[in-house]
Design a protein around this ligand. Structure first.
Ligand code: ACO
Length: 428
């Protein structure tokens, strides 16, 4: 059986044999299909990239139909159960799990890049007291590019690695500063004695105690949440990271763009929207009415349900749902969980959701854990960004080292006006 696709252009009667590799055809192979010599050639039309592979990747595998997610081949459930976020970050970035000495070295490197220049603190002071922490985070990430001008040398592997370590080290500091700014609290410097997640909790919540001791259940849960969010192949923000990075801009600028993509309510903002939705529903009795509204009014969505890729239960949502109860045991139950569980049960039995294959996604339960931890809602996408930073950087690095990649520049189908003469303003 030949690995080719035969295409017959019925406009001309000509046939073309197009090679198939990895179950795909190259869009450029369509260009030879022309009506005549002056014809530009055939393109594929794919708004929102619903069926277009934009890269070859070896980082994350998803089987949306079966609900499978693996980083570098390792099932997400195993990593969530036994690994740590920094180990997963190393795995995503380097392709293999670290040896013990590599792990110790990576931890040392990251911990020694957690401080930010004092000017960044001053920059933060300029934001209004109620500035959204995601806005502060993306602005200060972009600002970091001005502190490390050598980061422009994106083709130098050693220099690239330094910026990667800096970003993984500094993001929790920026995120925690953004939170403290919002609360009007003094900033807390990193504590290198603590784990990556423990230190983040320290920078967020330390008050007057001499040294901060994170609650082990909360520290573990946060680390697992970072692992679960660490990568998700070519999602909207990873695509932004790759697209912006393809111009060879420094990684701080590209990562700020990825953060901006994540900020949107259809992406990283959904966990916040879920909590707001559950609060609005208010009680289990109101669930059937809400479901009816979702089905009748296309502008109302069951937030935290549905996914472009998963047409089955999102494996991350399963881990988070289980972990939610462990966190509640440690810090007290979030009463909204009962509404969420009932809402899930009713939706999964409803024809509308069954037929459209809409299942809970990662955001359905994560917000409830964040809320129980005492985090304000506008910090949820910030936490998502902390985890996803590892994936963005892995995707960025893979893009830069892929010989097939060029500056991202899609084509368009132009259906606007034909050529027409300018009419002076006085004649209009
Ligand atoms: N509630 C109700 N109906 C839905 C929902 C939902 N949450 N999601 C999809 N649908 C319906 C759509 O109305 C559409 O119906 P139609 O075929 O009759 O037109 C159909 O299911 C397909 O939906 P699309 O929007 O075309 O699917 P797409 O792949 O473009 O969108 C998305 C995926 C954005 C995640 C969507 O399911 C959604 O808006 N969900 C709610 C927001 C959310 O939870 N986002 C988090 C995503 S995960 C993440 O970013 C980490």
């Amino acid at each position: 059986m030949a690995d080719t696709l035969t295409v017959t252009d019925n406009r001309t009667g000509k046939s073309y044999e197009i090679p198939i590799a990895n179950d795909t055809i190259s869009a450029m192979d369509l260009r030879q299909i022309k009506v005549n010599d002056t014809d530009f050639g055939m393109m594929s039309y794919d708004p929102a990239y619903k069926n277009t592979a934009s890269c070859i990747s070896r980082i994350t595998y998803i089987d949306g139909g079966k609900g499978i997610l693996r980083y570098r081949g390792y099932p997400i459930e195993q990593l969530a159960e036994t690994s740590s976020f920094l180990e997963v970050a190393f795995l995503l970035l380097r392709g293999e799990l670290p040896s013990q000495s590599e792990m110790a070295g990576f931890q040392y490197e990251v911990k020694h890049h957690t401080l930010v220049h004092e000017n960044i603190r001053e920059l933060m002071e300029g934001f209004r007291y109620d500035a959204h922490p995601m806005g502060i985070l993306m602005s200060t990430i972009a600002a970091l590019s001005t502190f490390y001008p050598e980061a422009k040398n994106v083709d130098d592997a050693e220099n690239r690695w330094l910026q990667i370590v800096r970003l993984i080290g500094k993001l929790p500091t920026l995120a925690a500063y953004a939170y403290r700014h919002r609360r009007g609290l003094p900033y807390v410097y990193p504590d290198n004695e603590l784990s990556y997640s423990g230190n983040f909790l320290n920078m967020m919540f330390k008050m007057t105690e001499r040294s901060y001791e994170p609650n082990p259940a909360v520290e573990k849960a946060l680390d697992v949440l970072l692992i679960l969010h660490a990568d998700h192949e070519q999602n909207c923000s990873a695509t932004a990271m790759r697209g912006v990075g393809s111009s060879r801009v420094d990684p701080y600028s590209a990562l700020a763009a990825a953060c901006a993509a994540l900020y949107g309510p259809l992406h990283g903002g959904a966990n916040e929207a879920v909590v707001r939705m559950l609060q609005e529903i208010g009680s289990k009795d109101a669930i059937p009415g809400f479901i009816k509204q979702v089905k009748e009014d296309r502008s109302v969505r069951l937030m935290g349900f549905g996914h472009r890729v998963y047409k089955n239960y999102d494996p991350r949502a399963k881990v988070i749902k289980k972990m939610a109860y462990e966190v509640f045991d440690a810090v007290g139950k979030n009463p909204l969980i009962d509404i969420a569980v009932e809402l899930e049960r009713i939706a999964l039995e409803d024809e509308y959701f069954v037929n459209k294959k809409l299942y809970p996604n990662v955001d359905f339960y994560s917000g409830l854990i964040y809320q129980a931890m005492g985090l304000p809602m506008d910090m949820y996408p910030v936490l998502f960004a902390l985890g996803r930073c590892a994936g963005w950087l892995a995707q960025w690095q893979e893009m830069l080292t892929d010989d097939e990649q060029r500056i991202a520049r899609p084509r368009q189908v132009y259906l606007g006006s034909g050529s027409r003469d300018y009419v002076p303003l006085s004649d209009r």
